[in-house]
Design a binder for this molecule. Structure first.
Ligand SMILES: [Fe+2]
Length: 517
């Protein structure tokens, strides 16, 4: 029979206690008994009591109600149900019993059926209460667990959102540039920033040599950058590219794949290496090293670098395609300028000489390399518009008629027209358009004045005029170097920007070899 629980029976009448014990045991209860209140308290301390049945009067100075009260005080959380029995009607006993938390009060002699019903009812209620308590405890536990889970989930969502936002930002920045050097710089800078690292390197595959070289890096010396050439399959980066497989390494010394490989100078113990893959082909490797916090890299870090590598591969290939396209366009334009040379044989070699003078002046004036590059291209293309000027005018000996002169003056605008579809040459067009402006505002096409004329155009104007003075033209003989310098001085402040003239004269005096015929 299933054990229905342990009953503590407090009764000093041995006969009654024994017969009640037998009855209760028949009903499936275990019974512990005590004759005295103190005995009962001791038993209740150690045992898991389901119900107390107690006589009020005991052979002791502590009666049943007092004993029950004490037991309840020791075990406030257990809420053990209690039935008291008495053969006497005492005035204050029921009130005291109620105060002591007694659940039922039964007079002797007891009617057995009724008594068992009472026991069953009280124990059912107690069981329900216990179950309710368990449920509440379980619900609380689940609530806590849920709260904990929510925090973890929230953190995960936040981390993922941050990661996606970062990748989105990097992607946006990468698509804003088509210059390969800029794209590489952005990749290395953003990766270092996001992962809080000291070293990052981006290696690209040189397909002709079949070797990797460092195309951009942060935290590496120039010697390492310049001196790193890694064959496919070699060292670590070569392995990554050959296997097209990203790696996260906690400790290189304990990693079977890499510990025996000859290390690259920029690897420390923990690193991430991810291949750049475009259309299934390995095009490079991005290496991430040295967390500023000195921690090892995590899986989240790896996912982030993989995300960056995906975007970087597309950006690098786009920039390369664009650069190739630019190269093709420039070749076409160069072919057009050579047509001008053919039409006007007096100017043969003019473009190269003007380019040489203009670039040297720009360098002398300490212009940044990007602007020098614009000046170089503009110098090569400045007379492109002459392709639309009649050959008879270009090579006419003597003075031009008003009408002919007007046609010549259209060549800067025509040059711009030809270049217009090539938006990457916007800066160059500005110089082409204004290379015949005069410092005093008396030039063409717009009559721009002083510093309103783009500095590159002012430099180009001096270089262009100097070459015209020093080479034989259909309308004039060539001047000597000294004569040309005198002419430059004479026109300084009117036709030419005095600062440009000063720089150029200094240059010609310091290095007369620049002057070429
Ligand atoms: Fe010109």
């Amino acid at each position: 029979m299933e054990n229905r629980g342990l009953i503590l029976l407090i009764e000093d009448d041995d006969l009654f206690r024994e017969s009640l014990t037998r009855i209760l045991e028949r009903e499936g209860f275990s019974v512990e008994y005590a004759r005295k209140g103190r005995e009962a308290i001791e038993i209740a301390k150690d045992k898991d009591i389901s119900l107390i049945i107690s006589d009020i009067r005991l052979a002791d100075n502590m009666d049943g109600i007092e004993a029950v009260k004490k037991i309840k005080e020791f075990n406030p959380s257990k809420k053990i149900p209690v039935i008291v029995m008495t053969a006497y009607s005492n005035d204050d006993a029921p009130v005291r019993a109620l105060k002591a938390g007694v659940d039922d009060y039964i007079y002797k002699p007891i009617a057995l059926d009724y008594f068992m019903l009472r026991i069953k009812k009280i124990m059912d209620v107690a069981n329900l209460q216990r179950q309710e308590k368990e449920y509440i405890k379980e619900i609380r536990r689940m609530k806590d667990e849920l709260a904990q889970y929510n925090i973890i989930l929230e953190n995960k969502v936040r981390d993922k959102t941050n990661e996606l936002t970062l990748l989105f930002e990097i992607g946006k920045e990468l698509t804003s540039s088509l210059r390969l050097d800029e794209v590489l710089h952005i990749i290395v800078e953003r990766t270092s920033e996001v992962l809080k690292i000291e070293r990052c390197s981006l290696l690209l595959l040189d397909e002709d040599e079949n070797e990797l070289f460092i195309a951009a890096a942060k935290g590496l010396s120039h010697d390492v950058i310049a001196g790193t050439h890694i064959n496919m399959g070699e060292k670590i980066s070569g392995w990554i590219l050959e296997n097209k497989s990203p790696v996260l390494v906690d400790d290189i010394e304990k990693d079977e794949r890499f510990k025996s490989r000859s290390k690259e100078m920029y690897y420390t113990h923990s690193f991430i290496s991810v291949p750049l893959i475009f259309k299934g082909k390995g095009i490079g490797v991005i290496n991430v090293n040295n967390k500023r916090s000195r921690e090892v890299f995590s899986k989240d870090d790896l996912h982030l670098v993989e995300g960056i590598a995906d975007q970087a591969s597309i950006a690098v290939e786009n920039a390369r395609l664009y650069s190739n396209l630019k190269g093709v366009y420039l070749q076409v334009v160069a072919a057009l300028t050579s047509i001008v040379d053919i039409k006007d044989h007096y100017t043969r070699g003019h473009c190269e000489r003007v380019t040489n003078y203009a670039v040297e002046i720009a360098r002398k004036m300490n212009l940044p390399s990007k602007r020098i590059e614009v000046i170089r291209l503009a110098s090569q293309l400045h007379d492109l518009g002459k392709i639309g000027v009649r050959e008879s005018i270009l090579t006419k000996p003597g003075k031009l008629t008003e009408e002919e002169w007007e046609e010549v003056k259209l060549h800067p605008a025509r040059g711009v027209e030809i270049l217009k579809p090539l938006t990457f040459l916007n800066d160059v067009m500005e110089l082409v358009e204004h290379h015949h402006e005069h410092y005093d505002g008396k030039g063409y096409p717009e009559g721009q004045k002083g510093d309103n004329i783009e500095l590159g155009a002012r430099i180009l104007a001096v270089a262009d005029s100097f070459d015209a003075m020093t080479t034989k033209r259909s309308y004039a003989n060539a001047l000597s170097l000294d004569e040309a310098i005198e002419e430059l001085k004479k026109c300084s402040g009117t036709q030419f920007d005095p600062q440009v003239v000063e720089a150029f004269i200094k240059l010609l005096k310091e290095n007369p070899r620049i002057f070429s015929k």
